[in-house]
Design a protein around this ligand. Structure first.
Ligand SMILES: Cc1cc2nc3c(=O)[nH]c(=O)nc-3n(C[C@H](O)[C@H](O)[C@H](O)COP(=O)(O)OP(=O)(O)OC[C@H]3O[C@@H](n4cnc5c(N)ncnc54)[C@H](O)[C@@H]3O)c2cc1C
Length: 307
């Protein structure tokens, strides 16, 4: 079996993984990046909260630029779904077909996955593209200012998101697919005080137009400008957990302030850790992780390069 040896393996090629690759390459640390190609950023039609990108930038465009930037340093980007991280004689090893890739450190930048509403994929894709379906009011609440917004989800998160969106629009409605919102009487009262409309009838259908989202309730169809989904997400932490890293009750990888997990040599950055799921945060954490990895690798031998 062929073995490729690097200093660092990065798993995940979204904003976090690509940022770490850039930093490590510029520290003269040999690195390989393995990515399954499912970045949440691929779903961003146009982001308006990227500093320096006046007019907005699409997620695919941002990722393309970031990939091109790391390729300038000769970093290998391998398209693969990493199933396991083995620990062999103090080194981490991942398998890519017939090739084993070994490294002294691994950065997990594997992200999270949003739970989706019950709608066909083609409806989901078209609605994300035209902004009638959204997931992140921190990212794009500004874009729905004064619009008719429906928030679909369950429990305290639904209440929290409705409260958040209420400062963008006076026309906020909450509902859930089952018709059961999972809220206490006190939480219903809070929604009433905020002027948020509550619909506790099950949703049976979604139909997206070019600038509206029709929600088919069991008893009627209602038209909104935008649907926000609050169904939770699943941190992609299983690789790290299987390698022994501690996770939070929500399934995120636990890290210290240098992005080290609880397993020596294993680091994590971006949405897979607990915190604000934002590109700026993923980039910031990745720069901290890359610097910690570099410094930890150099703690015994400050000369990274062969001289
Ligand atoms: C619709 C939408 C709109 C958004 N808009 C904005 C916005 O405007 N502004 C903003 O700041 N944020 C926005 N976000 C959030 C932003 O996309 C994420 O915070 C960001 O992508 C997180 O980066 P990441 O690198 O941590 O994870 P990701 O970008 O999700 O990348 C993780 C990568 O790891 C790969 N991976 C996972 N497991 C494995 C494995 N086992 N082997 C190999 N590869 C693996 C995945 O395939 C993926 O490519 C939005 C998100 C969504 C869904």
């Amino acid at each position: 079996m062929m073995i490729v040896t690097k200093k660092v393996i990065i798993v995940g090629g979204g904003p976090a993984g690509l940022t770490a690759a850039l930093y490590l390459a510029r520290f003269h640390v040999s690195v390989i990046l393995a990515d399954a190609g499912q970045s949440r950023a691929e779903l961003i039609a146009c982001s308006h909260n990227q500093p320096g990108c006046a007019g907005g930038i699409s997620g695919p465009d941002l990722l393309r630029r970031m990939r091109n930037q790391v390729r300038q340093y000769g970093i290998e980007l391998v398209q693969t779904d990493v199933r396991k991280i083995r620990n062999e004689e103090g080194r981490f090893v991942i398998q890519h077909g017939e090739v084993a890739i070994a490294a002294e450190a691994v950065l997990l930048a594997t992200g999270t996955r949003d739970r989706r509403p019950s709608m066909p994929n083609e409806v989901h894709t078209a609605a994300l593209e035209n902004g009638t379906l959204r997931y992140c009011p921190i990212c794009d609440g500004y874009e729905v200012t004064d619009k008719a917004v429906i928030v679909v989800g369950h429990g305290p998160r639904l209440l929290g998101e409705a409260r958040f969106l209420r400062s963008f629009s006076s026309r906020v409605t909450v509902a859930s697919e089952s018709g059961n919102l999972g809220l206490s009487p006190a939480q219903y009262r809070q929604l009433a005080e905020l002027g948020v409309e509550v619909v506790d009838v099950p949703i049976v259908d979604y139909a997206a137009g070019s600038d509206f989202m029709d929600i088919g309730f069991a008893d009627r169809v209602r038209r909104f400008d935008t649907l926000y989904v609050v169904m939770g997400s699943d941190a992609q932490s299983s690789l790290g957990a299987a390698a022994g890293a501690q996770t939070t009750p929500e399934g995120c990888l636990v890290v210290d302030r240098h992005q080290r997990t609880t397993v020596q040599g294993l680091y994590a950055a971006g949405d897979v850790t607990e915190g604000l799921d934002q590109i700026a945060v993923a980039i910031g954490q990745a720069s901290i992780a890359a610097t910690a990895i570099r410094n930890d690798l150099c703690s015994e031998n400050p000369l990274l390069r062969q001289e």
